[in-house]
Ligand binder design. Structure first.
Ligand code: F6R
Length: 240
């Protein structure tokens, strides 16, 4: 596991460059994407690089980690909406090649086919992850089996509380989600994780120093051969 400590601006730039390098080396690369606050600057940097002609996403396929159950893709807190607004609408990607789990309709069938779909696309070349304050990656909450594939899950009270900042009221936050599993994530060839702020310090400690345990889902990444953890000083503070 490689660890890089720098400012949020710098680590975002570095992750964007990791993605650009992968896509420039393999124009039909498969990208694993996350939502949330953490990757926002990375996506802005990728859109800028695309406008400047430093990278093209025309041949790329993407798979997102997760989606809330119960939200249509047009809902402004759905992850499909987030991805369109923060990345896909600003780059030259073919939206037909962007995959986000469904939260409504026959979402269970779609969910059950997701890992096979990723494999059929050739597997994920580079996966970006954020991390929850409870150590979740994607929506794999504490206690999720390390060998899990894409599945439906109940969000913890902590995650609902953390995510309520984006909704008008905590009662509007969905309580269930569909998510790639820990094994699905471990199948990616390269993983970059971004964490900033004191709120993430405990989870980052569990990720880097803690024992490998299903109580701290991110700790499974200790076993991955190509992970870079990008953190700011606050998120790294307990590891010093
Ligand atoms: C989102 C996801 C989540 C977030 C995590 C951190 O697709 O998979 O695991 O990465 O909840 O969220 P932020 O970045 O908003 O602190």
């Amino acid at each position: 596991m490689k660890i890089v400590v720098n400012t949020e601006e710098k680590i975002s730039q570095m992750i964007a460059e990791d993605f650009i390098a992968v896509v420039n080396a393999k124009p039909n690369a498969v990208l694993g994407l996350a939502t949330g606050t953490s990757p926002l600057q990375v996506y802005a940097d990728l859109a800028k690089a695309n406008k400047e002609g430093r990278v093209s996403f025309k041949g790329v396929t993407t798979f997102n980690l997760d989606e809330y159950v119960g939200l249509e893709g047009t809902h402004n807190q759905s992850y499909r909406y987030f991805m369109n607004e923060n990345l896909f609408n600003h780059i030259d990607i073919d939206k037909a090649n962007t995959n986000v789990l469904l939260g409504v309709g026959d979402y269970v069938t779609f969910m059950n086919q997701y890992d096979a779909k990723i494999a059929a696309a050739g597997g994920i070349d580079i996966q970006i992850l954020g991390i929850g304050s409870d150590g979740h990656i994607a929506f794999n909450e504490p206690g999720t089996p390390f060998d899990s594939l894409t599945h439906e899950t109940q969000l913890t009270e902590q995650t609902i509380k953390d995510n309520s900042r984006l909704f008008n009221d905590i009662s509007e936050v969905p309580t269930r989600a569909v998510t790639m599993g820990l094994k699905s994530i471990m199948n990616a060839r390269k993983i970059v994780l971004i964490a900033t702020g004191k709120n993430k310090a405990k989870a980052v400690y569990g990720l880097i120093k803690g024992p490998k345990t299903e109580d701290m889902p991110c700790s499974i990444l200790q076993d991955h051969p190509d992970v870079t953890v990008y953190v700011d000083e606050d998120a790294y503070s307990l590891c010093k």
